[in-house]
Design a protein around this ligand. Structure first.
Ligand code: HEC
Ligand code: HEC
Length: 396
């Protein structure tokens, strides 16, 4: 159960949305999504236990869907985190799977990163330098790379796509075989000894919204859940001060009960994707081969889900390979990014997993590997068609 004092506070904050007819659960879930967690022990006597190390105090602070005020080409979009890992999929022995750049009172953040965008031949790419590293150098084989916070509209619908539909996409690509050079791989992950398809995150590492939310609480905010019971989140054994730091749960309990995660799922399910657009350029998109990966999926009852993804992993070539393995994804493999939030994403920052691409055309320029033939066809279009295709995708 969500503690009573917390429910009342959340309901007070949620009253205006309820007046608009949203479901009670979704409204409380939204208040939890927007809630700024604070360090334990706190004067409000709630079950908080932010950190000890963390990246942001709330879901909304990273997934806010408003354009930042002072945004320009040199800014890193809010909500971007630094992923750490090696090619085999292991995190750094000292810093873990993600760099935590903030700490509660008395804690030293892991490092102070400086991120610089370099533009070469019209394409932007990031370089990251770490200052004030708290635990010495990264392991020799640890790589670091940016991950931007995706727009979450429609994730509830993607969660409903049956596994059989994703399997069908993989089979269809296999049948076409070398004819198109596209061979999406199924993002199998093992959960409690069972093989299931991953679907959320840039590498499809989380099998459902609950798993993704529990991961976010652990790595991004530093709060424990049943799935990630350590109250110190991503802190490793070498980070002794973090492990000894303040926590919000009694021994044997977790800071965030499943009931709260369920409410946040309800909020995410209420974030509907923009309505599908009728646009003549969609035929061009299909003919150019974009739709081989950016496909339409279907729910069990046949309802189309125009997310423009096959939810499979594809090799997009060395230029998008950051040397990090995650879940089922080998270095260089990415889940086909859904395109139904491109318009919103462009308003708050850039495209691709790290936000490097400032436009659809720039994103296509980075499409190598299995997508190289589609990129070549895109570039071979006449200027008017190329612009129409890019404008169609930019408006999704
Ligand atoms: C510090 C910033 C940050 C915070 C805080 C944060 N997220 Fe995220 N979120 C991200 C990033 C970055 C990704 C992509 C991660 C990846 O794939 O490696 C992501 C991915 C997701 C996804 C997957 C979306 C998709 O299309 O696959 C969901 C759902 C999500 N977050 C929900 C939440 C919720 C709910 C919370 C609060 C409990 C939260 N996030 C807190 C940054 C954040
Ligand atoms: C072989 C599969 C494949 C093909 C073909 C393909 N894409 Fe992609 N696309 C991907 C993957 C995988 C990503 C995610 C890459 C990343 O985040 O680094 C992606 C990402 C994108 C993005 C960024 C979306 C976002 O929200 O960040 C855009 C825009 C895009 N593709 C447009 C296109 C267009 C236009 C075409 C046709 C010219 C195309 N793609 C063809 C697999 C493909």
């Amino acid at each position: 159960m969500v503690p009573r004092h917390l429910t009342l506070a959340l309901l007070a904050a949620a009253a205006p949305a309820m007046a608009l007819g949203a479901s009670l659960d979704a409204v409380v879930g939204r208040a939890l999504f927007e809630r700024n967690w604070v360090s334990a022990p706190s004067s409000t006597q709630s079950d908080d236990g932010l950190g000890p190390l963390y990246d942001a105090p709330s879901c909304a602070s990273c997934h806010q869907q408003r354009p930042p005020e002072d945004f320009d080409e040199t800014t890193v979009q809010p909500g971007t985190i630094i992923r750490l890992g090696n090619a085999r999929g292991a995190g750094d022995p000292a810093y873990g799977n993600q760099l935590q750049t903030r700490g509660v009172s008395g804690q030293t953040p892991e490092a102070n990163p400086d991120i610089v965008w370099n533009v070469k031949d019209g394409r932007r790419a990031a370089s990251i330098t770490l200052y004030s590293q708290g635990f010495g150098a990264l392991a020799q084989d640890t790589k670091m790379a940016l991950r931007r916070a995706p727009v979450l509209d429609g994730t509830g619908l993607l969660a409903q796509v049956p596994e059989s539909e994703i399997l069908k996409q993989a089979q269809a690509q296999k049948r076409k075989g070398n004819g198109i050079g596209i061979a999406g791989e199924l993002p199998w992950v093992t959960v409690n000894g069972k093989r299931v398809l991953g679907r959320f995150g840039w590498r499809a590492t989380s099998l459902d919204l609950k798993a993704q939310i529990a991961m976010a609480f652990s790595r991004d905010i530093g709060l424990s859940t049943k799935a990630h019971p350590d109250p110190f989140g991503d802190c490793t054994a070498r980070e002794t001060a973090c492990r000894a730091g303040p926590h919000g749960a009694k021994t044997g309990e977790v800071e965030i009960p499943d009931s709260m995660i369920d409410l946040i799922v309800k909020h995410l399910e209420s974030l509907e994707p923009a309505a599908p657009k009728q646009n003549a350029a969609e035929a061009l998109f299909n003919r150019t081969g974009c739709a081989e990966c950016h496909a339409t999926l279907h729910l069990a009852d046949g309802t189309p889900v125009k997310a423009y993804t096959d939810l499979l992993l594809h090799r997009l070539g060395p230029e998008l390979d950051d040397g990090i393995g995650e879940g089922a994804a080998a270095p260089g493999q990415w889940r086909t990014a859904p395109l139904w939030n491109v318009a919103k994403s462009l308003k708050i920052g850039g495209l691709l997993h790290d936000g490097r691409a400032r436009s659809v055309a720039e994103a296509v320029e980075w499409h190598g590997g299995e997508a190289a033939p589609a990129r070549a066809r895109f570039k071979a279009l006449n200027a008017a068609d190329r612009e129409a295709l890019a404008a169609f995708v930019s408006g999704l």
